[in-house]
Design a protein. Sequence first.
Length: 305
Amino acid sequence: MKSPFHIIRKNVLMLPAICLTVVHLWANDPVSSIEREALIDLYEATDGPKWIRTWDISAPVSTWHGVKVTGSHVVEINLFRNNLVGYIPKSIGNLKHLTTLNLAFNVLRGEIPDSLVELTELNILKLEMNRIRGTIPENIGKLKNLRELSLFNNFLTGFIPESIGQLDRLQILNLSSNNLDGQIPDSLGNLIQLESLGLFENTLNGSIPSQIGNLTKLKELVLANNRLNGEIPKEIGQLASLQIFQIQNNRFDSFRNLQFLETDNFLVFDYDREQAQKEIDENSYKQIRMADTKLEDADLEVNPD
């Protein structure tokens, strides 16, 4: 039988070999130390050991769940619905080559770090369905390559930054179900590639800017459940691609300009119907459909034949 001293001595001798193996793996990982450290910061800040699919941080970065490496750089992090609990660390800004960051459907708290706007290669930023607080970074417009920005269902406050209008490649913008207030910035009219705009369920006030008429590729416009007022701009009639339009539960002074909408191809059209009909004779609606099209009433009977 081997003595305890022999076993301890053997284990002590093995430690340098283990350390050398880890160092060897790291040395042969093409990802730079600064990018690896930023990922480890994210792992530690969000209780990585308790993730649904966790990382072996002694292995090469390219083997880590949800991480895509191209050449020597991390270009994608997709940890959707992976039980991340904690906050986004400031060092996320060191992942300069990221094109996709998807941390949606987790339990992230804290604020969006200002350093995130240094990720100027980002095409997709998805942080929806978390518990993030604070404001949208004022200089979010630095993310010039963004095509999708989804922050819905968090606890964000403050105004929609004017600089968001600099994201002229944006196709999807969803800021719904937060606590955003102030007015819809005129600069949103610069987002001429936009196909979906969701601002549902905030406390936005003021009128819909006339510049919204510039968004001719827009298919979905959801402004319901806010405190918007004034007159609906006649430029709304320029949205020829629109299929989903929801403006109910606001405080509009006039619905008269809804008559400029061509609604033949609408899938959903929700507005404060009773208030609108007091103002406009139903006979004047030659283009508009007056039928209820609320999503909750959209259950159709399907003929099995």
